[in-house]
Design a protein around this ligand. Structure first.
Ligand code: GLC
Ligand code: GLC
Length: 635
């Protein structure tokens, strides 16, 4: 067995031998590569050894990986190397309070990549600094799980444009201060990917790229412990292949899980990752991270090796595409979500717990669970950030911890049942217009689809629905992290009940909340007498205020007990001052008593209204009202 130290030495020697060290810019380039290699190769080798060290060929695999990284660095465009150097000096750039994210489908929002480029003036009007374009790669037609089944990571879906256009768009976004975020769908490929085709044709090398078995023995053994993600599509985790073999497909039948126990798969995907990095992508959304490693006898989610893999991919980036960052998509138990967040793993992460609990508090008019989550689960390591959102392209799942709920006397199972019935409007008095997703009568599981506005009841009239939309966003915009808007929600877009008429969308109710660009609503956005105008004005104010409120940078949060179950409170510490956020989730006016506020100087500033307020007599909040107060702690 080759020792880690020897593997490092061999890889280093062979890679450096291949570096161009002539005089001139190439020399400087090579020097910076060598510096990063020295800094990160030991860690990469340790991780790679941890994953593959029992294989005879692991050191050669490592050398090949590092050689590939060196080639990728050599190919990296000069302007991206400039960005690498800038961000090396400013590693916390994404923690700024000026960060604002937006997400959209290229085709649905703008037709194609050129259409996205045409919307840059609007993105600037809104203040976007981060744009997540939903999967835009070559994919099966008509159903590709919204692009999450990739047939080639190096080809843009021809309906949307070309790789050259994507590069051009990335450059233009960058010139406008907007970082490009795309998905790295690395848990699986589509069954039309070249590797999958070769595997289907029986090629043994490529069959090893996936989890393929000749009969049901192993599938049955694995399925004893794994959960079903899309039970509407297929039961269990395996699907039959035309030749009678069985292949692992966690999501849809046409999304085949990659076998990372094979180091060649790691190397191949590292190559695809670096290719994307060199197109000018700033952040990769690491799709379905929980599922990337399998181990018989376990649930095959969140295994320790999943973290080794992410860290190894991250180390490859530090060497060959140093400014690239990862965002984790782990929609799992909050303890597990936290495990992926680390400067050496995923610097950013969706905050699914906060998202779900915003909706939970809105339904119950009680902030206890949300306040508890902020208190104990919000703070994450320095140099990392949440991505806070009200809803995404996916369903809302109630991912809170049952243990947390139990402490508050809430039964998790019953509470999820209540929330599901509330959001699909089966609960008396519900304002929500959601739709069930993957309703599984066998397990009682169900998740919720719907746009923000429809879930807030905008279909039934403006008033409180507009207030609820703004209330929900106020939390995502101020607790700490990058706020991520689902584009179109800023003008209150409604559910698309015709979604099933579109080819390939059939029974997947998530399409109800992925409507086409709501042109008429956007046209009315500057008229505050319309609901879309009111939502837009409210969000614009939050965005503007956030960007000039330094206390709202970063993610650090201090809890604040409002002593009122209808009112959420938290503090964001700044230099001497703090922002105290208070948000009334109830349908009645609520008071936060003067005594509760007595730790602060009496004079405060309501930064959203731009007006002074006195804390001396307490604060009264109208239903759904929220305030961000600049306060000065006494002592
Ligand atoms: C991610 C995506 C989701 C997709 C799944 C499979 O969770 O967000 O839309 O269905 O991965 O790739
Ligand atoms: C599950 C998965 C998540 C995926 C979602 C799609 O929650 O954990 O990765 O996005 O399903 O519905």
């Amino acid at each position: 067995m080759v020792e880690v130290a020897d593997a490092i030495e061999t890889a280093r020697r062979r890679v450096l031998a291949g570096l161009d060290t002539g005089p001139g810019p190439a020399d400087k380039d090579a020097a910076s590569f060598r510096r990063r290699l020295d800094a990160h190769l030991p860690e990469l080798a340790r991780l790679f050894g941890g994953l593959y060290g029992t294989r005879e060929d692991w050191a050669e695999q490592l050398t090949a990986l590092v050689q590939q990284a060196a080639r990728s660095w050599a190919d990296r465009p000069a302007e991206l190397k400039v960005l690498d150097a800038v961000r090396e000096q400013d590693t916390g750039w994404f923690l700024s309070n000026k960060m604002l994210g937006g997400v959209c489908y290229v085709d649905r929002y703008a037709g194609n990549l050129d259409g996205v480029r045409d919307r840059i003036p609007y993105f600037r009007e809104l203040g976007l600094t981060y744009l997540h374009l939903m999967p835009l790669f070559l994919a099966p037609e008509p159903n590709s799980d919204g692009g999450y089944a990739v047939s080639s990571y190096r080809e843009v879906n021809p309906r949307l444009g070309t790789m050259e256009q994507l590069r051009g768009l990335a450059a233009e976004l960058r010139a406008n201060g907007i970082s490009l975020v795309v998905d790295f769908i690395f848990n699986h490929t589509s069954d039309e990917h070249e590797w999958a085709r070769k595997a289907s044709a029986g090629d043994p090398g490529h069959s090893d790229y996936y989890w393929i078995y000749p009969d049901r023995t192993m599938p049955d053994a694995f399925e004893e412990h794994v959960r079903e993600i899309f039970p509407d599509d297929h039961p269990g985790s395996f699907v039959p292949m035309p030749d009678g073999r069985w292949v692992w497909a966690t999501f849809h039948t046409f999304q085949w899980d990659l076998n990372y126990a094979n180091p060649e798969v790691f190397r191949a995907m590292a190559g695809e990752m670096l290719f994307l990095a060199n197109q000018g992508v700033d952040i990769l959304r690491m799709d379905a991270v929980a599922f990337i490693w399998k181990q018989l006898g376990t649930p095959c989610e969140n295994l320790p090796e999943a973290h080794l893999l992410l860290r190894a991919f991250n180390a490859v980036c530090r060497i060959a595409a140093p400014s690239l960052l990862f965002k984790s998509e782990a929609i799992v138990h909050p303890d597990e979500v936290a495990q992926y967040i680390d400067p050496a793993e995923c610097q950013l992460s969706y905050n699914p717990l906060q998202m779900a609990l915003i909706w939970e508090a809105m339904a119950t008019r009680d902030v206890s669970l949300l306040a508890q989550a902020l208190e104990r689960r919000h703070n994450i390591p320095a140099g990392t950030s949440w991505v806070n959102y009200v809803r995404s392209h996916d369903d809302i799942g109630w991912t809170f911890a049952d243990e947390d709920a139990a402490e508050l006397g809430i039964n998790g199972f019953d509470h999820r049942r209540f929330l599901n019935s509330f959001y699909v409007n089966r609960f008396p008095g519900s304002f929500a217009r959601g739709v069930p997703f993957q309703d599984n009568p066998r397990t009682g599981d169900c998740r919720i689809s719907g746009t923000t506005a429809s879930l807030c009841g905008l279909e039934d009239g403006a008033g409180q629905a507009v207030d609820r939309i703004l209330l929900a966003h106020s939390v995502a915009f101020s607790t700490g992290g990058v706020p991520l808007l689902y584009l179109g929600d800023e003008v209150g877009q409604l559910n698309d009940y015709d979604f099933a008429l579109e080819d390939g969308h059939g029974t997947d109710s998530r399409w109800v909340h992925r409507p086409h660009f709501p042109a008429a609503r956007y046209a009315r956005r500057h008229d505050p007498s319309t609901p879309e105008g009111a939502v837009f004005a409210g969000l614009r104010n939050m965005i503007a205020v956030r960007s000039r409120t330094p206390e709202l940078a970063g993610t650090r949060l201090l809890d604040f007990a409002t002593k009122n179950p209808g009112v959420l409170g938290y503090q964001r510490p700044g230099d001497g001052t703090r922002i105290l956020a208070l948000a009334n989730f109830s349908d009645l006016p609520q008071t936060v008593e003067a005594a509760t506020l007595s730790g602060f100087a009496g004079d405060a500033l309501d930064v959203l209204a731009g007006a002074p307020v006195s804390l001396a007599r307490g604060i009264v909040l109208a239903p759904q009202q929220f305030v961000w107060l600049r306060v000065t702690p006494l002592s």
